[in-house]
Write a protein that binds this ligand. Structure first.
Ligand SMILES: *Cc1c(COP(=O)(O)O)cnc(C)c1O
Length: 344
């Protein structure tokens, strides 16, 4: 449909005169910084961080093969989602569409921002009900949030469904790909040049093993990234996180080795679970977790807790009756889980 970025950005954001620091005006080389009231004595963290994380973005740009101008970094992808709501959705009047069962933060962030989150349930096979999403959209629908691979169901959304929504609505379509690195399916990132209404978010928290740093990634056309940069807190990624993320990304073997191990362990876990009689279903997963249906999920959940094993109870979520979500752990962790399940 006819998407116009300027029509969908909130008025106050369009008019916003962003905060500017003197250091952004200055592009030359200098070693005398008397502009920001920092403590001048060097201890490695006495200076404000690079507001646009240029070193880290350069590295991410190489890994993901996307120009730095099309990359935005947030304090976790939760900040990316929060900023997206604040950029596009007028509190009280505008709405977004989410597709439960899915990641709980979408609804929480919408509630915090006082934005109506319209829920269009997944089909019983966890596929997207695209017809219903389009029917539910009205002129105040500013964003459709899709999660692929979806948390907690583990399945991916086919590219044709994403493109169908990109073409048939005039809203932003935000595809949350927090688990994409575990998946063999194609990323929606390859569509950003084609669609001005697409935002793809990813994260260093899962496959990259840096949940403690809080670095979320967003990919979109430059015009969208520019708005995010205008609205974000100036120093949203702290110095230590920028440095540690860069250092960890440069240890390339680190990532691939661990990813391979997690994928192997996932298969080991599936094989073992298939032999446990009180398991009703192990849903196919493109992520690093399994959604598993049991006979009595709540009872098993409490038993596992008593054994010191924490899994995620999803049994109260629609379409997830009697389901627990189990993250693939280390060989040792998975072994203990299997032993305890056999003893149960
Ligand atoms: C874990 C997860 C995230 C991660 O968010 P960060 O803030 O980057 O740690 C985002 N989306 C989904 C669906 C997740 O499961």
């Amino acid at each position: 449909m006819n998407f116009e970025l300027n029509k969908i950005i909130r008025n106050n954001i369009q008019k916003l005169q962003p905060y500017s620091s003197a250091r952004e005006d200055f592009t030359g080389k200098s070693d005398i910084f008397l502009d920001a009231n920092e403590n001048p004595f060097n201890n490695g963290i006495n200076r404000y961080p690079d507001p646009f994380q240029s070193e880290l973005k350069k590295q991410i740009s190489e890994i993901k093969n996307i120009e730095t101008e099309k990359i935005f970094l947030g304090n976790g992808s939760d900040e990316v989602l929060d900023l997206a709501m604040r950029i596009f959705c007028e509190p009280i009047t505008d709405n977004i569409i989410i597709c439960p069962p899915t990641y709980g933060m979408y609804k929480v962030l919408a509630d915090i921002n006082n934005i109506d989150a319209k829920e269009v349930l997944l089909n019983s096979d966890f596929s997207l009900n695209t017809e219903n999403i389009v029917k539910t959209c009205n002129r105040n629908t500013k964003m459709i949030i899709l999660c692929s691979p979806n948390n907690p169901t583990g399945n991916s959304i086919p590219k044709k469904d994403i493109e169908f929504l990109l073409n048939s609505t005039s809203s932003i379509v935000l595809v949350d790909e927090a688990y994409i690195d575990f998946s063999d399916k194609e990323s929606a990132v390859n569509l950003i040049d084609k669609y001005p209404n697409l935002i793809v978010s990813q994260t260093l928290s899962k496959a990259y093993g840096m949940a403690g740093l809080r670095v979320g990634l967003a990919f979109a056309q430059r015009s969208i990234v520019d708005v995010f940069n205008k609205v974000k807190p100036p120093y949203n990624i702290n110095t230590l996180s920028q440095e540690k993320a860069l250092e960890t990304l440069l240890q390339e073997g680190n990532y691939t080795e661990k990813l391979t191990k997690i994928k192997q362990q996932k298969q080991v876990l599936i094989n073992a679970l298939e032999n446990i009689s009180f398991i009703k279903n192990i849903y196919p997963s493109d992520a690093n977790f399994l959604l598993v249906k049991f006979e009595n999920a709540k009872k098993l959940y409490s038993y596992l807790l008593k054994q010191g094993i924490v899994v995620r109870d999803r049994s109260n979520q629609p379409l997830c009756e009697e389901c627990l979500r189990i993250t693939v752990g280390t060989e040792r962790e998975n072994k203990i889980l299997i032993e305890k399940l056999k003893e149960y």
